[in-house]
Every structure is written in C-alpha cells, then in structure tokens.
Design a protein around this ligand. Structure first.
Ligand SMILES: NC(=O)c1ccc[n+]([C@@H]2O[C@H](COP(=O)([O-])OP(=O)(O)OC[C@H]3O[C@@H](n4cnc5c(N)ncnc54)[C@H](OP(=O)(O)O)[C@@H]3O)[C@@H](O)[C@H]2O)c1
Length: 321
C-alpha cells in the first residue's frame, strides 16, 4: 500500500518499534522512551509481544497504537543461517516487513552494506548493488519493496553497543572472549565502518521525523578491519590486545561470501543535516566502557583499574567520508 506521508515532513508524535528486543531495536527505544516496542522471543520489560509475520496481529496492534511511523528492525540477520536456509530466511526477513507495509503507516526498514560486493567500499547511497550472499539478496528485496511503497530504508553496518544479556554484537562478544583469556580470532581482511547503535538510533529517529522516504546511509566515520576493531576494543577496555589474532576470511570457511571492503559513506545524511550521524569508534567504545563500569560490582572495578588505562593515540581507523 502506498504510504500516506511520502514527501511530507512533519513532527512524529507516536513511534512503534517492531523488533525492539534486538540490538538496533533496544537502541531505538533508548532514544525514544515514549515509543511502543515489540519483541517476538526475547521478552524485555515494557515490550509487547508480536510475531510480525502474522499480518492480522500486526494490523491489530497498529490499529491500537495508531503510530505516526513504524521503525522495523525486525529480522533474522544471521548471515550464515540465511545462506544455509535461503527460503526460510526470505520468509523470516520479508514477512514482518510486508505485514508492516500493508498497514499503510510510514515505515523505516533497515538494510546493510551486504547489498554491495565489497570491492570498493565505503559506499555512497547511489552505488550499484551486487550482493554476494543470500542475506545480501534479501536486503535488496527488502529495500525495493520498502522504497516502492514510499517508505524509508536506513542502511547500516557493523552495529555495536549496549544490549540486554546475552549481548551478541561484536564488541560485547570480544570483551567477553578477551576477559576470559581469549584468543579472539577475527578476519583481518574484512573492512567496514563500525556503527555505534545509539547514534544509529538517534539518526534513524531524525530521518523518520523528517519524513519523505528514500534511502539513507548511517555508518560510523572510521574505516576499520575486524582485527583493528578487536585490538581497539582490547585497548579501550584495558584488556590484552595480543589476544586478538588476525586470520583471513577464506580460512574461516564460512558458507556466505562476505563483502571484504564494505562500509558506508553517509552522503545524504551529511548533505541534509550538515553533520555526521555517528561518533568515532574510539569515543563509542569509551562510552560503552563507562556504562559497563557503572554496572560492574566494586571488586571487578578495582581489578580492572589495576590493568591500567588504555593509551590514547593508536587504533583510529581511516576516515570513511
Ligand atoms: N547488527 C548489525 O551489525 C546490522 C548491520 C546492518 C544491518 N542490520 C540490520 O538492522 C536490523 C536490526 O538488526 P539487529 O542487529 O538489531 O538484529 P537482532 O538483534 O537479531 O534483532 C532482531 C529483532 O527482530 C525481532 N524479530 C525477528 N523476527 C520477528 C518477527 N517475525 N516478528 C517480530 N519481531 C521479529 C527480534 O525479536 P526477538 O529477538 O524477541 O525474537 C529482534 O527484536 C536488521 O534488519 C539487520 O539486518 C544490522
């Protein structure tokens, strides 16, 4: 169904987040605490249960909440699982979106730099799509369906940030592995622009409030390999960087091909709002570390501070813009 506000900018009053229990969804809720959010299997406090593959249930909830905009991070974004289960993966990722589009309420859907082949990243919005994996091809379909309905697509990449346990994003997993003595083995040949979830969330709300639909890139400003990111995590969290070991993507023997040189340039966002949407990776990690310290018991804090503060100079990535 054609969305009713395409092309019209206005203040958003009511926000519904479908998939609020995931990494991106939790950040969207932190950035807009008055929003209504849903979960499917991870019941977090305050969220409503919804399987958005059920179009009738989605329509009922939307009728009740009467949102001005629906943010839809609902997905099964496990790239390996998608590659091994292509048909189920299409349904799992596209059915929730279709239910939401059918309501006619303006929608913001999320896509990825996996729509590109990774030969020439970081990519601007108008770069040619050429996905290497099932997940990437699903995202191409998601983008086309959303844009055809007058909706908004936010592409992002390598999202990390605070998450309710068990946090599964790269940074939280890296901290867990390194705290347990490692090793953390990561590909040295996958390069992208890691994106702090809370900044992605704020940027998404800003784009949603502006209205008008279309495609937006929201990625971090630093172009980093996973190896560089892992070492920076170790440094900022006061853990041992020598436990971070580089390998090649080929050596990992994964089912899905990865875009090796990925990442995003936030061309439209910068042109529209005159600022970068996402802070540098080091600043984001320092923010996460402060938040982690606040939630740690005193004895662990004392233990950490004996490891010393991280040196400040190294590890920033090449700038992506
Ligand atoms: N994380 C990244 O690095 C990254 C990078 C690029 C793009 N993206 C895109 O950003 C979006 C969000 O990613 P994420 O990392 O936040 O994923 P995530 O942590 O796996 O969260 C996915 C969310 O979708 C919900 N969900 C799944 N199936 C659903 C259904 N049928 N009905 C309702 N909710 C459903 C999950 O609910 P339950 O957990 O409660 O079941 C969860 O809240 C995805 O579109 C992803 O492709 C992510």
């Amino acid at each position: 169904m054609e969305q009713r506000q395409a092309g019209v900018a206005r203040a958003v009053v009511r926000v519904l987040v479908i998939g609020a229990s995931g990494l991106v969804g939790q950040a969207l809720m932190r950035a807009a605490p008055a929003a209504t959010g849903t979960y499917r299997t991870r019941a977090l406090p305050g969220l409503r249960r919804l399987d958005a593959a059920d179009a009738a249930a989605t329509a009922r909830l939307v009728e009740e909440v009467a949102p001005d905009v629906i943010l839809c991070p609902a997905a099964q974004p496990d790239v390996e699982w998608c590659e091994r289960h292509p048909d189920e993966a299409r349904d799992a990722n596209l059915a929730p979106l279709r239910s939401v589009l059918r309501t006619g309420v303006p929608v913001v859907a999320f896509s990825s730099d996996y729509v590109f082949d990774g030969r020439a990243g970081p990519y601007a919005e108008d770069a040619r799509r050429s996905p290497l994996s099932v997940y990437g091809a699903i995202k191409v379909a998601l983008e086309d369906e959303t844009l055809a309905a007058g909706g908004t697509v936010v592409r992002t990449t390598g999202v990390f940030g605070g998450e309710a346990p068990p946090g599964k994003n790269f940074v939280l997993r890296a901290v867990r592995t390194l705290t347990a003595g490692g090793p953390l083995v990561v590909p040295a040949d996958q390069i992208a622009t890691p994106t702090y979830a809370d900044d992605l969330a704020r940027a998404t709300h800003r784009v949603a409030e502006r209205g008008g639909g279309g495609l937006w890139h929201v990625g971090g400003p630093d172009l980093l390999s996973r190896l560089e990111l892992g070492r920076l995590v170790a440094e900022v969290f006061g853990l041992d960087p020598s436990l971070v070991r580089g390998t090649s993507t080929a050596a990992l023997g994964q089912a899905a091909a990865r875009p090796l040189r990925g990442g995003l340039r936030n061309t439209r966002y910068r042109d529209t709002f005159g600022a970068d949407p996402v802070r540098p990776v080091r600043a984001a990690l320092e923010q996460m570390r402060r938040a982690t310290r606040d939630s740690l018991p005193r004895s662990e804090l004392d233990e950490r501070s004996r490891d010393g503060e991280a040196p400040a100079a190294e590890g920033e990535g090449r700038r992506a813009r």
